[in-house]
Design a protein around this ligand. Sequence first.
Ligand code: G3H
Ligand code: 13P
Ligand code: ZN
Length: 307
Amino acid sequence: MMKTLKYYFKDCKKNGYCLGAYNFINMETLKAICEGCKKSQSPALVSVSEGALSYMGENFVKSLFDSAKKTYKLPIFLHLDHGKSYEVCKKAVDLGFDSVMIDGSSLSFEDNIKLTKKVVSYAHKKGVFVEAELGVLAGVEDTVSAEKNIYTDPKSAEEFVEKTGCDTLAVAIGTSHGAYKFKGEQKLRFDILKQIEKEIPSTPLVLHGASSVPQKYVETINEYGGDMTGAVGIPEKFLATAASKHHIYKINCDTDIRLAYMATLRKHLKENPKNFDIRKPNTLAIEEIANMVAEKNKKVFKNSGRI
Ligand code: G3H
Ligand code: 13P
Ligand code: ZN
């Protein structure tokens, strides 16, 4: 019997590790994430944003996920990332997702509660997990945008979780989406995280915007025709601390996958101008992303062998 998401969140708490939640946008990225998890023998969430859902189409998403599960026989869980409305969350639940995020973080506290509660009441009837968000992350990425950081208020966290019944809570402690996370000092508010943990000790917490932006990919991209000057991420030591010493049991990663993908494509295409077969660079990219995922699972999220 495959273990459930509920089991894993409990086990994260018991054994001091966290789950990676990796975004996929096509067959190649999903395959790479699964290959990585196979190498490290890790459970994981595989996430699709609203943008990715409309890019691939809902039936492709579901079929790709089902095929991946059948092929790899790993504990992977299909998750909707940053669902902005009740309707999109309902659609994901009906499609058979394991978990949905309702992102009401741009709404007022009261409206966020109202929307989250409505999603919880539908999703729980079908046994689907619900992640909510309190506080706003900086950064701009497609439909996910916010102008500045508004850290999660620890005092309202308890009321929010109690009133909504959400299963997990995404918190804002200084991370942000995308490849440009800090202008100056790289800093996370672990003090705020501790206060949140005190207020809601039994709620698994989620860290968004947690890519580490490996500089080797930024350098390759810059060297082979791209321009990502100033790209910087969350230091891995911060993520490892969040994963093993705090109640952060799910850490999201999208940007690092995009960087590994683009760096590999750019390099290959520049060095092989006569190639017009996308399978060649895609194969290299799958290998690169898989190695990165396996390393993150082992060294940062500490969930290797937990399948
Ligand atoms: O957290 C958000 C995702 O990284 C955004 O992904 O560009 O597919 O909307 P997207
Ligand atoms: P990154 O942009 O840091 O990879 O964050 C992804 C994320 O939070 C997806 O929800
Ligand atoms: Zn996010």
